[in-house]
Structure formats: C-alpha cells, structure tokens
Write a protein that binds this ligand. Sequence first.
Ligand code: PGA
Length: 254
Amino acid sequence: MSRQKICAGNWKMYKTPDEAREYFHVLPTVLKPGTCRIVIFPPAYNLLVLKESATALSRAGIVLEYGPQNIHFQKEGAFTGEISAHAVKTLGCELALIGHSERRTLFNETDDVIAKKVKTAVDEELQPMLCVGETLAERDAGRTNEVVKKQLQVGLSLIDVAHDEYVIAYEPVWAIGTGRTATPAQAEETHAFVRQVLTEIAGAKKAQTVSVLYGGSVKPDNAAGLSAQPNIDGFLIGGASLKPADFAAIALAL
Ligand code: PGA
C-alpha cells in the first residue's frame, strides 16, 4: 500500500516574519509542484505569514501545509508563553510537531505530557507529527528499540491509533544538528522497527498507511540514499530547510 511522502522543515527559532516572507518568494522558483506533501513548522510568531504565503503559493500550484513546533494540551487558559492548538487551527494549520527531542531535553517534556499533546492535536483536527528517537548513550547501550517503542506506545496511548491520522518522525538525537546522519541501513532498521511497533499497537492495515519520516542532518546529498529505503516515507529537516534551494532539492529526492 502506498504511503504519503512528506518533506517537512523544522525552522526551530530561526527567521523573522520578513525573512519568512522572502523564503516563500524564492521557494516557487526552485520547487516543482506536486512532488510530495510540503510542510513547514515555523516559529509560532510566523504562522500568520505562512497562512498568507500558502495562499500565494497555491496560485503557483504548490500546496503548503504548516503548523506549530509545539502546542499546549489545554485549549486555552493561564499558561503564559504557551501555544493553543485550538487557536493555531484557526490560522489554517494542518499539523503540529510534538515531542521533538529539543522539547524533550531542553523543556523537560515527558512521554506522558507528549501523549496529552498528541490527543489535543487530534481533538483539534491537527495531524500530530510525533517525534521519537534515541540518544547516543542509549544507542551505544543497545537500547534503541526499547526507547523508541516506549516513546511510541506512550505517545500514542490516548488516541485511537487504528483510526486517527498521525505521522511519526524518527530522529536519532545524535544525528540532530550534528552533521552526523544515520546511514540508510541504520535508519531503515529503526524505521522497520517503528512499522513493527505500529503493527502491534494499531494493526497491520493502519501501520502500512502511516508515514514515518527520518530526521537528523538530512541534506541534499544524503537524501536520495535515505529515501530509497522502503520504510522511509519522507524527512523532517532542520538546518537544510532554512534555505529554499536545499529544501527543494531534498523534496525532489523523495
Ligand atoms: P537537523 O535537525 O536537520 O538540523 O539535524 C533536524 C530536526 O531537529 O528536526
């Protein structure tokens, strides 16, 4: 069964609104429409720019989807500095990035909190993109599968895994922002394992339809080797997504 290919950019805390606008002026000059789903997770203060840019890009035949890099699990309330899934949905967001390793390590997000955020995203009709991945110490200790399995089991525990819509991004923490990518064989091994866990918890039919993206130092020159792997359905890209030409080159490799 065919799965959707997704090329997603995680801009982290980069780009002012003006820089974001400029990016989307350049993108249609380098990106061929219709190659795969194109998704950008900008900083939340740029979501309105993405909404405007998506309208402009649609005239060039490019469907741009976007969403926040994090949400709170409550709809609204006294949560200073947090991002409401309900509110960003009104800005046309289609997805929400949840459980990125920087959220887990720098902002102490636990699997239990991540599970609540995944549920809130689904309730607000935002497709959660749940990030999972092991640290270098966990890999060296031979614990990759155990860690990834727990992140999937708990992270998806509050939704209807067999029917709700969600995307998984496997990002080995040791490959994020380090320039050290997993080899295609290393990535495929864990992606196949992710698919196996999804089969266990959501059933074989559903597991075959969930897109599982790879992230961690994806660049134009390593994208083709990774995308040739049967269980890699796309990419979540940090650094290389900041340049339209690099992002477009990676999308073309899918
Ligand atoms: P990177 O980041 O591509 O810069 O390694 C990936 C990510 O953090 O999603």
